[in-house]
Design a protein around this ligand. Structure first.
Ligand code: DXP
Ligand SMILES: NCC(=O)COP(=O)(O)O
Length: 246
């Protein structure tokens, strides 16, 4: 079918607005699992603007699905990953000044750093994904790095207008099909919401979507349970419609 990784970063963003204790990302993670999340995605940024080291330390032993730990390819983060031991790790690019993750990882340019980091964590039993743009050359580099999975950055698709929508969707479909044919697990995410998720979820070779900001934003008005269930239902419906024999 298709899996939903609920990204809880922005639960922590609200908590960090007052540097207090609520809302607690651990509570968000446990409830997200109850409401249909297949994984809990967390991004510990180098500037610690939302998730904190102690959040991931507390969440990892308590959840019953799996933790998808997003981080930059830097020694400090790799050590935290080694301590926390998430099931999945997704290496992402990071710029301190960015509002959010602007593009995919340059696996070709950063090969000398990324390949050893992938091997180091794979040796410890973790499944390693690389967050990349839907670009064939980057997928080939991800394969050479030994990655188990790729996560296709859907930001350009999410920001597409009526003139560019089909082009951006086709790029993701082509990249997903290529990655899957080469034996990679293909995930996708960034900027997905109730209006744009179905065409991505309908791509048969995509195994998992990681979605955060829109779910957290909608939960303000409809509640955490309804916000997660609505996203999961849209994804599953889209996948079933895509695989139903015609
Ligand atoms: C890598 C990625 O796309 C997500 O982690 C997303 O960036 C959420 O975190 P930020 O909103 O801090 O970028
Ligand atoms: N990797 C993408 C992710 O985890 C969530 O991105 P967003 O839904 O918060 O834009």
């Amino acid at each position: 079918m298709i899996e939903l990784g609920v990204n809880i970063d922005h639960v922590a963003t609200i908590r960090q607005a007052r540097r207090g204790h609520e809302p607690d990302p651990l509570k968000a993670a446990l409830l997200a699992e109850e409401y249909g999340a297949d994984a809990i995605t967390v991004h510990v940024r180098e500037d610690r603007r939302h998730m904190q080291d102690d959040d991931v330390r507390r969440i990892r032993p308590m959840i019953s699905t799996r933790m998808n730990f997003e981080c930059a390819v830097v020694e400090e983060m790799i050590r935290l990953v080694e301590e926390v031991k998430p099931q999945d790790v997704c290496f992402v690019p990071e710029r301190r000044e960015e509002v959010t993750t602007e593009g995919g990882l340059d696996v070709i340019g950063g090969f000398h750093l990324i390949a050893p980091a992938v091997a180091r964590l794979k040796d410890q039993g973790m499944r390693i994904s690389l967050f990349i743009d839907p670009d064939m050359n980057q997928i080939e580099a991800a394969l050479k790095c030994g990655a188990d999975a790729i996560e296709l950055h859907t930001g350009s698709y999410a920001h597409a207008n009526t003139a560019t929508f089909e082009y951006e969707l086709a790029r993701i479909r082509k990249a997903a099909n290529f990655g899957a044919a080469e034996g990679l697990r293909v995930n996708a995410g960034h900027g997905l919401n109730y209006d744009n998720v179905k065409p991505i979820a309908a791509i048969e070779t995509i195994a998992e979507l990681n979605i955060g900001h829109s779910i957290v934003a909608n939960s303000v008005f409809m509640g955490w349970e309804a916000a997660i269930k609505k996203m999961k239902e849209l994804m599953v419906t889209a996948k079933l419609e895509a695989i139903r024999p015609r």
